[in-house]
Design a binder for this molecule. Structure first.
Ligand SMILES: [Zn+2]
Length: 424
């Protein structure tokens, strides 16, 4: 193993704070100016905030820029298809168009190389020559491709297994002697259980050494079970498809290291003003993507900037673990569920009086149930439930069940999405 393999770019990841800040500042100003000059949406957003291009000179001016929320992106995409006008190059020049849940379009890599996930992989211990199963979804969504590219950047080999077919996945891991895993922690647990059910010895037949897990919460109890049963290390990466990796754990597990290629703030969600180190706020990030920049994009996730330094030698900022969500959007089995998507499902059904989505978790698996009150008691038939379940799968892209409840079951002033999961 080369001596620097714990780092993707040791010099950048360990540089002093005084050295890093002017570099970040310059990248931010360059990104802002390019967006102002070449993106129709950003020009309008910044102009309506009363900003001239000369008003933004460095990191101290960050808070002058409005927050960009996913809802804004969705609105803009309706007005300016396909990318909402946030692109700084002609839409025809992108290599791919990804389709995120909710039919939110996203252009795929042009000349911009996102190094953030490669940095995360190195911190977990991925190295040249590794054979890595990537169990994220290669169908429509960008995340599997982003990780796929990142494994290539560090000299590893990807087995693009995608989701599903656990029997085949277990046989592939065994047959190819895969030593790295990318996926959700709950899917890794599913595969481990499947392997055991097939009579395998998890320590001898499954040779995984490390996993970068993402897209859902990692309860410490689940991490411990996976690490013990499989004899491997499990580290988590946090990010969004639009922004890239925002934080990752190193071997010391002291928190989430912010990659070198992204600018992260923790802010008051109402005002967009930064809160101090240690204070809880919403994670907002700016990437330096030169063809589809995301500037002050609000993630809806809560965390705090950590104080102190990690023994691994990285000197950049660190986030504490993710502490929850600001709004009602939540992740179920690795996929975001927004209230507006649930509305879209139910808008077809005039016979429904009221509904609520309830998320629970049992045996390391998320369950999503739509509780439905009918206008007329007794009108909720099995056939109707099956139709709604099909629409849930179509629109939210994951399975959910429908349960008809009697009038008055769903409380007034209810949350549209009630998350009853606990993460201990
Ligand atoms: Zn560290």
């Amino acid at each position: 193993m080369p001596p620097d393999s714990r780092f993707f770019d040791r010099a950048r990841e360990t540089m002093g704070r005084e050295e890093r800040r002017p570099l970040l500042s310059q990248r931010f100003v360059d990104t802002f100016q390019r967006a102002y000059g070449h993106s129709k949406a950003y020009k309008e957003v910044f102009e309506s905030a009363g900003l001239k291009i000369s008003d933004i000179k460095g990191l101290n001016d960050l808070e002058k820029l409005p927050l960009l929320r996913i809802e804004d992106l969705v609105d803009w995409q309706k007005r300016e298809p396909p990318f909402g006008g946030f692109n700084t190059i002609d839409p025809d020049n992108f290599r791919r168009i990804y389709v995120n849940p909710g039919l939110i379009y996203q252009p795929g890599e042009q000349e911009y190389v996102d190094r953030s996930w490669a940095e995360a992989l190195c911190a977990v211990g991925f190295k040249p020559g590794d054979r890595v199963v990537n169990t994220f979804n290669y169908h429509l969504w960008p995340f599997a491709f982003m990780l796929d590219e990142s494994v290539k950047m560090i000299g590893g080999t990807v087995v693009p297994t995608g989701v599903g077919n656990t029997l085949m996945q277990v046989k592939i891991m065994q047959g190819l002697r895969a030593n790295g895993f990318l996926g959700t922690p709950s899917f890794l647990m599913t595969l481990a259980q499947r392997a055991e059910a097939m009579g395998m010895d998890l320590r001898k037949d499954i040779l995984l050494e490390k996993a970068l897990v993402s897209a859902e919460m990692l309860p410490e109890s689940l991490r411990t079970r996976l690490e013990t049963n499989l004899g491997m290390i499990i580290r988590q990466g946090y990010g969004t498809v639009f922004l890239g990796c925002i934080g990752y754990e190193c071997s010391h597990r002291t928190g989430l290291h912010v990659p070198d290629s992204i600018l992260v703030e923790v802010v008051d969600p109402q005002t967009g003003i930064q809160v101090g180190p240690g204070a809880v706020g919403e994670i907002v990030a700016t990437n330096f993507n030169n063809s589809y920049p995301m500037i002050r994009m609000a993630t809806g996730d809560l965390s705090a900037l950590a104080r102190g330094q990690c023994p691994c030698g990285r000197t950049g900022p660190m986030l504490k673990k993710i502490l929850g969500r600001t709004g009602q959007a939540t992740k179920v089995r690795g996929t975001f569920i927004h209230p507006w998507q649930a509305d879209e499902v139910m808008s077809k059904y005039r016979e429904v009086f009221k509904y609520q989505v309830v998320i629970t978790r049992e045996a390391d698996r998320d369950d999503m149930t739509f509780l439905v009150e009918m206008k007329e008691e007794g009108s909720g038939t099995d056939m109707l439930c099956a139709r709604i379940e099909r629409d849930i799968k179509d629109i939210l892209t994951i399975k959910g069940s429908v349960q008809v409840v009697s009038r008055g079951t769903i409380p007034d002033l209810h949350k549209k999405i009630e998350d009853k999961r606990t993460w201990e």
